[in-house]
Design a protein around this ligand. Structure first.
Ligand code: GLA
Length: 379
């Protein structure tokens, strides 16, 4: 395939694209291309376009190592964008709720932005009422990452790198962070994180894509049918900090152990604004790749499965979307028009000794793997 792509490039420069090669290109050889996508404080931003042989296209930019667009087929083969996003960089530079971004150093909340590690107390930036959220005021979502196409990969892949300095948003230690996105021929987007540090520090990096398998222009996600491989969740207080309890989902609106439309019990969840914004405890052995979630969208037949090595997954039903954001194509992103499935360690773990630890020791490497697998089918 590589040779054919190279040949096609060579012939097309000469204006002599042979028919056989044209046919091959029509099915779409795997490829990565890139283009300029504006600038942040004078620093150019690059948009990478990853394509697989089935016509699936993932657009990912180096500002925030952000998934900008993800086009996948429905049951009739029609392609549609299944993530919320903006047409241009300016949308991402305005205040917006982490659309598609890589979040960290610690994704989700830390109570009061405070923790103690190795006998020392730390105060992080607070940016969500009293709490620290998604890495603080200038988290990983607001950085222009270094980026490169991964050489020698048999599938289209791009890697982003950020050196998060000692003291950034209050965190200890210089952290070297790599995030790699690979689009496979099996219509999977693999997201692989690798972090090392020179001082002990909490690390919990994730991706904050908002999915809508109908396409955001076609309405909300309340009819999406969700299954979570989770028989427990972590209840939260009024500021969305876990109480520390691991509670059974059975008999509560949190029970997605069997396929259930998201809207079926959403009004019973409460909260202000109401809806799901909870961490679910994935059944199985943390550290090994485990099936965590499945969404089936009945009108298009699209299915998204999420697999991860993480022990938890934040299911967020887009409660804070309020119609003030004009997204792709000028569509107003109203409440519940997208949902997030953020693979993670449990929120505020650094203050809960009974939760699996996300403290990365100096000299060690944190790795985390998530697969977004797209297909079509039935419930
Ligand atoms: C996460 C949080 C939500 C909200 C969104 C961004 O999913 O859990 O409470 O902060 O990010 O709006």
């Amino acid at each position: 395939m590589k040779t054919i792509t190279a040949l096609a490039a060579c012939f097309s420069t000469l204006g002599l694209l042979p028919l056989a090669v044209l046919a091959e290109s029509a099915v779409g050889p795997p490829a990565v291309s890139s283009s300029a996508f504006g600038a942040v404080a004078g620093r150019p931003v690059t948009l990478y376009v990853l394509r697989n042989p089935n016509g699936v296209v993932a657009k990912i930019m180096d500002y925030g190592a952000t998934i900008v667009s993800l086009r996948v087929p429905d049951r009739s083969g029609s392609m549609g964008d299944v993530v919320l996003g903006f047409d241009s960089l300016s949308g991402y530079l305005a205040k917006e709720p982490y659309l598609g971004a890589t979040v960290g150093r610690v994704g989700n909340r830390i109570a009061g932005g405070r923790f103690t590690l190795g006998g020392k107390s730390y105060q992080l930036a607070t940016n969500d009422g009293p709490n620290h959220l998604h890495g603080g005021i200038r988290g990983f979502d607001k950085i222009v990452w270094h980026s490169k196409v991964v050489d020698g990969s048999s599938e289209p892949a791009v890697r982003f790198h950020h050196l998060s300095r000692d003291g950034e948003e209050g965190y200890p230690g210089n952290c070297s962070v790599d995030v790699t996105f690979t689009l496979t021929a099996a219509n999977e987007l693999h997201i692989d994180y690798s972090v090392s540090t020179d001082r002990d520090t909490p690390v919990n990096v994730t991706n904050h894509s908002y999915f809508n398998l109908r396409g955001a222009e076609n309405g909300d996600i309340l009819g999406h049918v969700l299954t979570l491989h989770a028989s427990r969740y972590t209840p939260v207080d009024a500021t969305l900090i876990p109480t520390g309890e691991l509670k059974a989902v059975a008999g509560t609106p949190m029970d997605f152990t069997r396929p259930t439309p998201i809207g079926a019990h959403l009004p019973e969840v409460g909260g202000n604004p109401g809806g799901y914004d909870h961490n679910f405890v994935i059944d199985g052995a943390p550290g090994s790749m485990t099936w965590a979630a499945r969404i089936y969208e009945p009108t298009t037949g699209r299915i998204l499965e999420v697999l991860t090595t993480e022990p938890g997954i934040q299911f967020y039903s887009g409660n804070f979307l309020d119609g003030t954001l004009a997204g792709r194509g000028g569509v107003a992103y109203r409440q519940h028009m997208g949902l997030c499935l953020e693979t993670q360690h449990f929120p505020d773990s650094v203050n809960h000794p009974n939760f699996p630890s996300y403290v990365l020791k100096a000299g060690e490497t944190y790795t985390s793997h998530t697969i977004l697998r797209f297909s079509v089918g039935s419930e």
